[in-house]
Design a protein around this ligand. Structure first.
Ligand SMILES: *Cc1c(COP(=O)(O)O)cnc(C)c1O
Length: 253
């Protein structure tokens, strides 16, 4: 059930959490963006979230596009028409944050501005070929499975740097950073270590100087339950659903 009137206040609380965590870590709060994770939310709820985020950005004088993330291509495609004008105006970025099959590359190219969940060379190659055919460049991130949990997608951390340099070298793609889902653990130290691992991969790839890696600065990590830990370890994008939209009716993603 959408709770639209509460969304601006909930989003403000998330921004405060992220900013407080950034300040505690000696970081500039401006360097941490909140992506709205919109799985299971219908288009009106998503738009309510986007409008709240745009209003907050306008108040802060922040001209960067606000970000939403979808887990499933079907939902991405269903909600795309409601978001298309804002995307075309450069006010909204739509990220794919869920596992993606390469045969869905065409649909994703038509609707997303960034694919955060690149985790195989087959997928990367399919996205690159389609982007090149369209004469455009698609932003991508490499998803890394820092916890090693079998339920999670992503390349193993030990393979991530080499994999990322291969993705970065594909024409049609621009590698903008790295994404992970934190360990499912009550032990903050375990969760933080995973986020630190992603930062280490990012730093290694940036330092490599390999072709196409110069823009790979983003660290998309942290959700409702662990965003403070992620910000402490350098997150530049936290992906938040529940804290903004309320509990989801059914587990998804
Ligand atoms: C659902 C989801 C989120 C947001 O999770 P919350 O706990 O609701 O904030 C972030 N990232 C991914 C990949 C997700 O699937």
């Amino acid at each position: 059930m959408p709770s639209s009137p509460g969304i601006p206040a909930r989003l403000a609380a998330v921004h405060e959490r992220a900013a407080a965590a950034a300040e505690a870590a000696g970081r500039d709060p401006h360097d941490v963006r909140v992506l709205l994770a919109t799985k299971t939310q219908d288009a009106p709820a998503v738009l309510a979230g986007v409008e709240a985020a745009l209003a907050a950005a306008d108040r802060a004088g922040d001209g960067r596009p606000v970000l939403v993330g979808e887990n499933r291509v079907q939902e991405l495609v269903a909600k795309a028409p409601a978001l298309a004008d804002l995307v075309a105006a450069g006010r909204l970025g739509v990220h794919m944050i869920g596992h993606l099959q390469r045969n869905k590359a065409n649909q994703v190219l038509a609707t997303a501005t960034c694919v955060e969940s690149v985790d195989s060379l087959a997928l990367a190659t399919a996205l690159a070929a389609r982007a090149e055919r369209d004469g455009r460049t698609l932003d991508v991130m490499v998803q890394v499975n820092v916890s090693g949990e079998e339920s999670k997608s992503g390349v193993p951390p030990e393979d991530a740097a080499v994999f990322a340099t291969r993705v970065a070298g594909l024409a049609g793609l621009r590698l903008t950073g790295f994404m992970t889902i934190g360990a499912r653990s009550d032990d903050d130290a375990v969760v933080r270590a995973g986020f630190a691992r992603l930062r280490g991969v990012r730093d290694e790839v940036l330092a490599s100087g390999s072709p196409g890696t110069a823009d790979a600065r983003e660290l998309s990590m942290g959700m409702t339950g662990d965003l403070e830990l992620a910000v402490a370890e350098g997150a530049t994008i936290v992906r938040v659903g529940t804290a903004v939209f309320g509990a989801r009716p059914t587990p998804a993603g």
